[in-house]
Design a protein around this ligand. Structure first.
Ligand SMILES: Nc1nc2c(c(=O)[nH]1)N[C@H]1C(S)=C(S)[C@@H](COP(=O)(O)O)O[C@H]1N2
Ligand SMILES: [Mo]
Length: 365
């Protein structure tokens, strides 16, 4: 779908990827959508305000007196629920690591023009709410259902198309027991920027699947062809490539930059002697099984802690005896599917699923 008559597909980004310097438009997006400072990797659960943020359009103003969630489409009984009714339903709480599919985009050459993430578009929160499968069972999913579409209250224009932010899941995914319609983040009401009053959380999938400011859930008998599904969030080689959909989070690890930063360059200054290198690793495709730390190109295995939940990050650590001079530190994780982070990024047109190893330059004094 979405192929205009000239045969060129719609694209989510305004123009071809660039070798030029960062643009004013990218800076504007970067100040609206912040990443998680890497020092926050020390926390099992990301404190409020430090979790990364990605909003395509404006944060909608919700009048809670009139807000309700509608569940309809190919169901036996359409349902409408307000927040009070949702809070009375059975609930679950799960720690989930979310990562934006565009994480790492600004490191690509050429650089796709969109939110210019470096490496920190990630965070782990405890999400509490009603299992989606419970509400779908209440509504009664019809036999010919193939997907479930989720629509947020936010709207705008992307790729020239006016839209409300909307995404779908295959029916088998939607019926997983761990998918949450969350009204609490880390035990508190959702902050406006993270989807108040209700958002979807899809553990293991890149963040775009976790639709915020939910207003409607529709069970579909045909695949959903909305912009954020059919045009955006695809692994494509160029604008005319139909590509493949972005789904599960690829394996990645990050390190807390050791020592202290130089204010402007962010270069790390570390005192000589023993230093504990620490970080986190996660993957949606299979559990993290190994993290290796590279010091000046020499790799050694890190110690891994148990994760808090199947789709929450795992802490890792490795002691290092830092000797004076310049060094390059790196970390790379491997998951249960055997997938390992690449040393060089694999390029794609939208800058999706970048999981290249992080490298940190440090000066030891
Ligand atoms: N309604 C709506 N939901 C949305 C988005 C959005 O712009 N609108 N952004 C998506 C994307 S791309 C990501 S990465 C996650 C970010 O979730 P967070 O801001 O809570 O970290 O929300 C997803 N859900
Ligand atoms: Mo995202």
């Amino acid at each position: 779908m979405k192929t205009p008559r000239n045969g060129r597909r719609l694209t989510p980004h305004p123009g071809e990827p660039s070798h030029g310097p960062l643009t004013a438009e990218e800076l504007q997006l970067a100040v609206r959508n912040h990443s998680m400072p890497l020092e926050a990797l020390r926390n099992d659960i990301t404190p409020p305000g430090l979790h990364y943020l990605l909003n395509h359009f404006d944060i909608p103003f919700i009048d809670i007196e009139h807000w309700h969630l509608r569940i309809g489409g190919a169901v036996e009984r359409a349902v409408e629920l307000n927040l009070k009714a949702l809070r009375r339903a059975p609930k679950i709480s799960i720690p989930v690591t979310l990562e934006c599919a565009g994480n790492g985009r600004s490191l690509l050459r050429p650089r796709p023009l969109s939110q210019p993430w470096q490496l920190e578009a990630v965070g782990t929160a405890v999400w509490t709410g009603v299992p989606l499968a419970y509400l779908l069972a209440q509504a009664g999913v019809e036999d010919d259902a193939v997907e479930v579409a989720f629509t947020g209250a936010d709207s705008g224009i992307q790729g020239g198309v006016r839209q409300q932010f909307a995404r779908s899941l295959p029916i088998a995914e939607a019926l997983r027991p761990d998918i949450v319609l969350a009204y609490l983040m880390n035990g508190n009401e959702l902050p406006p920027q993270h989807g108040y009053p209700l958002r979807l959380v899809v553990p293991g999938w890149y963040g775009m699947a976790s639709v915020k400011w939910l207003t409607s859930i529709r069970v579909l008998t045909k695949p959903f062809d909305g912009f954020q599904q059919a045009v955006a969030y695809r692994y494509q080689q160029d604008a005319n490539d139909v590509g493949t959909p972005v789904t599960w989070i690829k394996v990645r690890s990050l390190m807390v930059p050791p020592g202290v930063p130089d204010f402007f360059t962010r270069r790390r200054i570390v005192r000589a002697g023993p230093v504990m290198l620490t970080g986190r690793a996660w993957s949606g495709e299979g559990a993290v099984q190994r993290v290796e730390v590279g010091i000046d190109g020499k790799w050694a295995p890190a110690q891994l802690e148990h994760p808090a939940a199947p789709f929450a990050w795992r802490a890792w650590s490795m002691p290092w005896v830092a000797d004076a001079g310049d060094h390059e530190l790196a970390c790379r994780a491997t998951d249960a599917t055997g997938a390992v982070q690449p040393l060089e990024q694999v390029w794609n047109y939208q800058g999706m699923g970048n999981n290249v190893v992080q490298r940190i330059k440090v000066t030891v004094e």
